[in-house]
Design a protein around this ligand. Structure first.
Ligand SMILES: [Ca+2]
Ligand SMILES: [Ca+2]
Ligand SMILES: [Ca+2]
Ligand SMILES: [Ca+2]
Length: 210
């Protein structure tokens, strides 16, 4: 009897763990830069493809195995630009540069374009391939105003609802449909309202950027 109860409880606990893991897992796009104008990937030189970047976040409350998560831009052929791997802990972000994408593309027989985030506007999409299904997990469209020098598009740091332009390096508070917040991009870290350095007249920017 005790053994039967133990087996029953074991199965119940296992089901609960699987269910709770799935229900709370929430990997999302978090920030990206389509038109870099400096050496964002830190390899010592600027390259318009290699220095593009996309950041994802685990907004759920449990760790997620990233196996099967793929990045795509708006290309009609559905050519994958990168496949994630490894574990992303709750609250953590992970950044992929164009240079990472090109290495992956070359290793996996894809055309070597990098992330291919068009400066005229494009779509960034996160998919998950699971079994025979290809699921769209998250997607964001942007227009050319979001793809000017060193502007990133990121989620509102105070929530996961809206998108803002992190435009401290190239201000555009009147940009539409995604307007600038005057803050610096935050590649590889949780989005935050950080002001630019005191290089020029940042007074106005600082008053906008929280
Ligand atoms: Ca670009
Ligand atoms: Ca670079
Ligand atoms: Ca593209
Ligand atoms: Ca960030």
């Amino acid at each position: 009897m005790k053994k039967a109860l133990f087996i029953f409880l074991s199965i119940f606990i296992s089901i609960t763990i699987v269910f709770s893991t799935r229900s709370s897992a929430e990997v999302l796009l978090n920030e990206f830069m389509a038109d870099p104008a400096r050496d964002w990937d830190g390899d010592g030189e600027y390259n318009y493809r290699n220095d593009e970047w996309v950041e994802i976040i685990n907004a759920g409350d449990s760790a997620v195995d990233l196996d099967g998560y793929l990045l795509c831009d708006g290309n009609e052929e559905m050519l994958w630009r990168y496949q994630f791997s490894g574990i992303l802990q709750s609250g953590e972000v992970l950044i992929i540069f164009g240079s990472d994408s090109r290495i992956w593309e070359e290793a996996n027989g894809f055309p070597i374009y990098g992330l291919s985030l068009n400066n005229s506007g494009d779509t960034v999409s996160l998919f998950k391939v699971s079994g025979g299904d290809t699921l769209l997990v998250d997607s964001v469209d942007y227009t050319n105003s979001a793809a000017e020098d060193d502007r990133s598009v990121g989620r509102d740091p105070e929530g996961i609802a809206g998108w803002e332009l992190f435009d401290a390096y190239n201000p555009c508070p009147e940009c539409t449909p995604i307007s600038g917040n005057g803050c610096v991009p935050t590649p590889g870290s949780v989005n935050n309202y950080v002001t630019g350095t005191e290089e020029t007249s940042w007074g106005n920017i600082k008053s906008i950027c929280r």
